[in-house]
Design a protein around this ligand. Structure first.
Ligand SMILES: Nc1ncnc2c1ncn2[C@@H]1O[C@H](COP(=O)(O)OP(=O)(O)O)[C@@H](O)[C@H]1O
Ligand SMILES: [Mg+2]
Length: 224
C-alpha cells in the first residue's frame, strides 16, 4: 500500500510504499495540462537526470501520474561549495543537451526545479511548462529567471533561453551568499546570461564545450 508522506504542492505528493519503502511522486492535473506534461515525460524517457514516468491514468477530467522520486534538495536551499556548484552545473548542462536533443524546451528552469543530492547528482524536474520546440504565444515559467527576449516576445524562445534561465539559477544561488572568494568563477554563469540571445551560447553542447575548456582552470584554482 502507498501512503502519502508529504504534500509538496496543491497538485503534487510524495508517497511511500509500506513494504518496500520505495518512494514516488504523484501528480494530479486537469486533463489538458496533464496530458501535455505526460507527453513530454514520455519523450524524455530514459534520460538520466529527468524524472521517469512510472504510470498514469485518467480520473474524471483529471490525469493522475506517477514519477520516480529523486532524493535531493532544490538549488535554492541546498548547501553548496563553489567548486561543487561548478561540477553540478556541468552535469546539468549535459542533461539539458539531452532534453533539447529530444526536441523539448523546459521553459521553467529556476532553482526550485533543479534538485541536487549529496553525490552532486542533479535532476531537472517539473516539465509542466515544457513543450516541443515550437513557438508559443504566452510566456510561461518563472519571470525572475526568464531570458529578456522571451519577456518581450515569447515567440522568440530558443535553446539559449533555457540556458539563460539555467545559468541565472546558479548565478543567483552563488551570489546570494556573498561567499564567492574568486569572482572570476562567475564568468561561467554570466556567459549564459548575455542579454542578446544572438551573442549567447546557441546550444547546451556549445556551452558544455566552454565549460570543459574552463574545467582545468577551475581545478587548478585552490581557493574557490
Ligand atoms: N521527481 C521528483 N523528485 C523529488 N521531488 C520532486 C520531484 N518532482 C517534484 N518534486 C517536488 O515537488 C515539488 C512540486 O513539483 P512540481 O513538478 O514543480 O509541481 P508544480 O507543477 O506544482 O510546481 C517540487 O518543487 C519538488 O520539491
Ligand atoms: Mg514547480
Amino acid at each position: 500500500m502507498w501512503q502519502v508522506v508529504e504534500e509538496l504542492t496543491s497538485c503534487c505528493w510524495l508517497e511511500e510504499c509500506d513494504q518496500t519503502h520505495y518512494k514516488r511522486i504523484k501528480k494530479i492535473l486537469p486533463l489538458k495540462r496533464g496530458v501535455e506534461e505526460v507527453k513530454v515525460l514520455k519523450t524524455l524517457n530514459g534520460i538520466q537526470g529527468t524524472p521517469s514516468l512510472l504510470s498514469y491514468h485518467v480520473e474524471e477530467n483529471h490525469i493522475v501520474f506517477y514519477m520516480s522520486y529523486f532524493e535531493g534538495k532544490a538549488l535554492d536551499v541546498v548547501s553548496l561549495e563553489t567548486k561543487q556548484a561548478m561540477e553540478v552545473f556541468g552535469r546539468g548542462l549535459k542533461i539539458l543537451s539531452h532534453i533539447h536533443a529530444r526536441g523539448i524546451w523546459h521553459r521553467d528552469l529556476c532553482p526550485r526545479h533543479i534538485l541536487i543530492d549529496g553525490d552532486n547528482n542533479i535532476m531537472i524536474i517539473d516539465f509542466g511548462a515544457a513543450t516541443p520546440r515550437q513557438a508559443k504565444d504566452e510566456i510561461s515559467g518563472t519571470l525572475a529567471f526568464a531570458a529578456p527576449e522571451v519577456v518581450f516576445n515569447p515567440k522568440q524562445f530558443s535553446d539559449s533561453s533555457d540556458l539563460f534561465a539555467y545559468a541565472k539559477s546558479f548565478y543567483t544561488r552563488l551570489t546570494s551568499e556573498l561567499a564567492v572568494k574568486r569572482p572570476e568563477v562567475l564568468d561561467l554563469f554570466l556567459r549564459g546570461m548575455v542579454l542578446d540571445p544572438e551573442k549567447r551560447f546557441p546550444s547546451a553542447l556549445v556551452y558544455m564545450q566552454y565549460f570543459h575548456k574552463c574545467d582545468s582552470w577551475y581545478n587548478n584554482v585552490k581557493d574557490i
